[in-house]
Design a protein around this ligand. Sequence first.
Ligand code: FAD
Length: 389
Amino acid sequence: MSGVGLFPFTEEHEMIRQAARDFAQNEITPIAAEFDESGEFPYETIMKMGEMGFMGIEVSEDYGGTGMDTLAYVLALEEICKADASHGVIMSVNNSLFCYGIEKFGSEYVKQKYLRAVASGKSVGAYSLTEPMSGSDAGTMRCTAVREGDEYVINGRKSWVTSGPVASYIVLFVMTAPEKKHKGITAFVIDTDQPGFSVGKKEPKLGIRASATSEILFEDYRAPVENRLGEEGEGFKIAMAVLDAGRIGIATQALGISEAAYEASLAYAREREAFGQKIGEFQGIAFKLADMKTRIEASRLLVYSAALAKERSKESGERFTLEASIAKLFSSETSMFVTHAAVQIHGGMGYSKEIPVERYFRDAKITEIYEGTSEIQRLVISRLESGIR
Ligand SMILES: Cc1cc2nc3c(=O)[nH]c(=O)nc-3n(C[C@H](O)[C@H](O)[C@H](O)COP(=O)(O)OP(=O)(O)OC[C@H]3O[C@@H](n4cnc5c(N)ncnc54)[C@H](O)[C@@H]3O)c2cc1C
């Protein structure tokens, strides 16, 4: 099942899906376990993904992107994530959190200066909202920017930055008016080559180990006023609008992981024997596979629907917060359900590093945490539905 008939797939969609599938199977699958084990950043394959146009799929060709739509983006990302969730998150953050944020909220000057290199995949982009003492509640962040003439002086520590150690440019959120809490947050684009920026401790992680995650530190870093995104105090609004796009990426990542775990389980259930029969013939295993498949297909519908909602928003200007949150919540929880079942179906082999099923299980967990935990998605959905703020 692919959603054909329900969704307006074109030949271009099929072409990018096939190109991503071939690349993922030929170039990523063979190295995924090795990079997971070493925790090294997979530069070579990420640069190749840039050359193939995967790092700025929705960005206009005028700014170095591929100029395709959101459905094309999720179809390609799904294939990459099916092979390796680490490559997937690097691609998702680059496309959804950096490029989307800059294209939507950056001035012409910012787009010309910072978007081209990242959208074309020559440089890596990142997004930094979280701090050691501030995650779900961004209004408590402590990193500050103080205006001095035509510059802002930035100080503080941000944490958990995906691609933090390798990014050339970062969309950064800091306080310009701490007493106003979330209404005092301002967004900037940061050039990591400038003095005052450094990479802090690398975060040791359970999964997505080949994606580089670290703290980043600012010590009297000077950002020109032209590098501000929007006005002072608009940072929280920008951060949340960008996360709407990001959550579709993470929902897609979860979908890709689920599919990989399901396909491995199905193949194993058809081949492995116990008590004189294939284990897939036991109802206990067959029903698990049925539940996995059902939830995956429901996730797929939600992910593609959210992609269409984002695409419509380009014309209408309407937010797609609800669609993105629902897709992320369901697809990430499905991913945990499916990978948990996949380990069980594989028995002892599911626990072995000789096959990727244990990696899928470790990788799936993060999709319930970053870009808004499942609790935060429930908060967003219930508030939007009830109208109670
Ligand atoms: C591998 C990894 C990569 C990441 N990459 C990035 C990145 O690139 N950029 C970035 O800015 N951040 C990134 N993050 C940070 C991530 O977005 C945060 O960890 C996440 O938003 C949760 O924040 P927290 O860890 O501070 O948890 P907390 O906010 O402290 O939450 C702890 C627990 O309390 C629950 N909780 C909090 N508030 C509520 C509430 N109102 N109602 C119910 N429950 C609640 C949470 O759901 C969670 O279960 C990354 C994190 C990880 C682990």
